[in-house]
Design a protein around this ligand. Structure first.
Ligand code: HPA
Length: 280
């Protein structure tokens, strides 16, 4: 089943039938909000706003583990993440979409793994019978491979959808994840640019890492809401980020609906093998 993690300003999806709203508790605490279980063209999909409705949680205080574990409990095994980013690469314009293929992690204070050795938190209610369950129940230390952190099959489908719709998009890009909640200095953006980052945001890590630790497929679509600090010479505001997300809402919904409709059951990738041989 597909899970959609919505970014700033994208809290509901029209065009799909909402079946129920589910509150889920997890051993990691409460997810950002209740999950919306919905149906579109006979396919079930689960939606979660990562900041919570009314934007309760700043990026560094989002309970990423609870959000991902909640998806697992509901049977989600593939996640499309929508988020806002600042553009660093000069080829990027506000309003462009980016399907990231890499990230660089500059976050600082977030729980980054489910696998904490002797400190591992377990879910006694977990009914699955898989390597996640096996590793967690035996307190294993796990080092997942993130050479290619995003699902290539989902990324390919997203590229097809964007090009068919004629939206301005970039089929790859390196996402620098900063801790926030403050925005960056112009020197930080210059440094990130030299390091090879194309966009900057505050939420994709540890989201993608935790999804991968649960053996899920994960792809990210970012909207360039602004040029990153120091690039345009203007002061940055949350207003412009929210305004651009609003402006792009219809395009995002249309991409999300095509994605739900067209994502094949069987994906041609190795995402589901990530836990094989990953534990010590
Ligand atoms: N920096 C960090 N996160 C962001 C930005 C930015 O410029 N724009 C939207 N999210």
């Amino acid at each position: 089943m597909i899970g959609i993690l919505g970014g700033s300003g994208l809290y509901d999806i029209d065009g799909i039938t909402v079946l129920e709203e589910k509150r889920v508790m997890t051993p990691y605490g409460e997810p950002s909000d209740s999950y919306i279980v919905a149906e579109y063209k006979g396919r079930k999909v689960v939606f979660l706003p990562r900041h919570g409705r009314r934007h309760k949680y700043p990026p560094h205080l989002i309970n990423y583990r609870a959000n991902l574990w909640g998806f697992r409990k509901l049977g989600v095994d593939r996640i499309l993440s929508i988020s806002a980013v600042g553009g660093i690469n000069p080829l990027l314009r506000p309003g462009d979409f980016v399907i990231s293929d890499q990230f660089i992690d500059f976050t600082k204070v977030r729980p980054v793994t489910f696998y904490e050795g002797v400190y591992t938190i377990k879910d006694e209610e977990d009914t699955k019978n898989d390597l996640v369950k096996e590793y967690l129940s035996s307190d294993r230390v796990v080092h997942i491979d993130v050479t290619q952190p995003f699902c290539p099959a989902m990324r390919r489908l997203l590229s097809d959808i964007f090009s068919e719709k004629g939206y301005r998009y970039h089929s790859k890009g390196t996402y620098a994840a900063t801790e926030g909640p403050r925005l960056e200095t112009s020197a930080e953006i210059k440094a990130l640019s030299i390091l090879g980052a194309d966009v900057v945001g505050m939420t994709l890590v540890p989201e993608v890492v935790l999804a991968r630790e649960l053996s899920m497929h994960f792809a990210s679509v970012s909207v360039v809401t602004n040029l990153a600090a120091g690039i345009s010479g203007e002061r940055l505001t949350s207003d412009e980020v929210i305004q651009m997300m609003h402006q792009k809402t219809e395009d995002i919904k249309s991409v999300v609906l095509s994605f739900i409709e067209r994502l094949p059951e069987k994906l041609e990738c190795s995402c589901e093998d990530v836990l094989n041989g990953a534990a010590i």
